[in-house]
Design a protein around this ligand. Structure first.
Ligand SMILES: [Zn+2]
Length: 273
């Protein structure tokens, strides 16, 4: 089983505009050859032998709850093709300022989705503040996992709103929460992630660490973290499988650790057969 725990794609009607505005916000060396459309993601997954990808969506304002949920349903129900329905696992999103937060979290769970995605920079909150902590409790109590952006973000000033220490406070404050921590504990906060998260009982998805984190530290973190709590993620369309997959192979990890990382752990985490 080969699973990508972190991808993005946009509905046809907004893909072009969304990719243009995201690209306008980031330096050119971060640019991507991909168009961010769902059929392109499915094609890339198939050509690199992936069985599934988790699709992370972000409600940047409370009103985006419904269009995101509708598109997630359309993917799930096959309206965007059989391959997408089989391969893509959409994570809807809620905005912490949503006046109907609890009802919307319940609705996501009732629809059968496995989790939600939150991004503190794009949603304007600090990870371990009281409102998000309540939201994490609601997700836990409704059987949903939460995938969070972690560390800094290329599109925003480097102010710590979801660094490894804040993430650890969430883990300690909401026992039983199933938290998928992106970017190997914190994008460009890997020294702190190494001290605070590596070796702890936390689930770490490694997107955007390959090519950004120093190779020696990356390999050491991959070897020292519990083998059953590591997950491959790409952050597609922001990285290329043709670069990340050969790089991972070149690290020469023990075969069982690599297999767990590439999908065995994700299948278990997501409850896939
Ligand atoms: Zn992402």
């Amino acid at each position: 089983m080969k699973i990508d725990m972190h991808s993005h794609a946009f509905a046809e009607s907004i893909a072009e505009r969304a990719m243009a505005s995201l690209k306008a916000n980031i330096p050119p060396d971060f640019h991507t050859p991909y168009d961010g459309r769902l059929p392109s993601l499915v094609r890339e997954l198939k050509s690199h032998g992936f069985d599934h990808a988790v699709l992370c969506q972000i409600a940047t304002k409370p009103t985006q709850f419904k269009p995101i949920l509708d598109w997630s349903r359309a993917i799930r129900d096959g309206q965007l093709g059989e391959d997408a329905a089989r391969m893509i696992l959409p994570l809807p999103s809620v905005h912490p300022a949503d006046p109907n937060l609890e009802a919307h979290v319940r609705e996501i769970a009732r629809e059968g989705f496995k989790g939600i995605k939150l991004h503190p920079y794009y949603q304007g909150f600090v990870l371990d503040d009281p409102v998000p902590l309540d939201l994490f409790r609601m997700a836990r109590d409704n059987g949903l996992f939460v995938e969070i952006h972690a560390g800094f973000d290329i599109g925003f000033p480097f102010e710590d709103v979801c660094g490894p220490r804040r993430t650890m406070r969430v883990v300690e404050s909401v026992p039983g929460l199933r938290l998928m921590i992106s970017h190997f504990g914190g994008w460009r906060a890997w020294d702190e992630a190494d001290k605070v998260l590596i070796g702890a009982p936390v689930d770490l998805e490694i997107s955007m660490s390959i090519g950004w984190c120093a190779t020696a530290l990356l390999r050491s973190m991959l070897l020292r973290h519990p083998a059953d709590r590591l997950y491959f993620g790409s952050d597609w369309p922001w990285s290329e499988y043709d670069k990340t997959l050969p790089f991972l192979d070149s690290l020469d990890l023990p075969a069982d650790r690599q297999a767990a990382l590439m999908g065995g752990n994700a299948a278990r985490f997501l409850g896939l057969p």
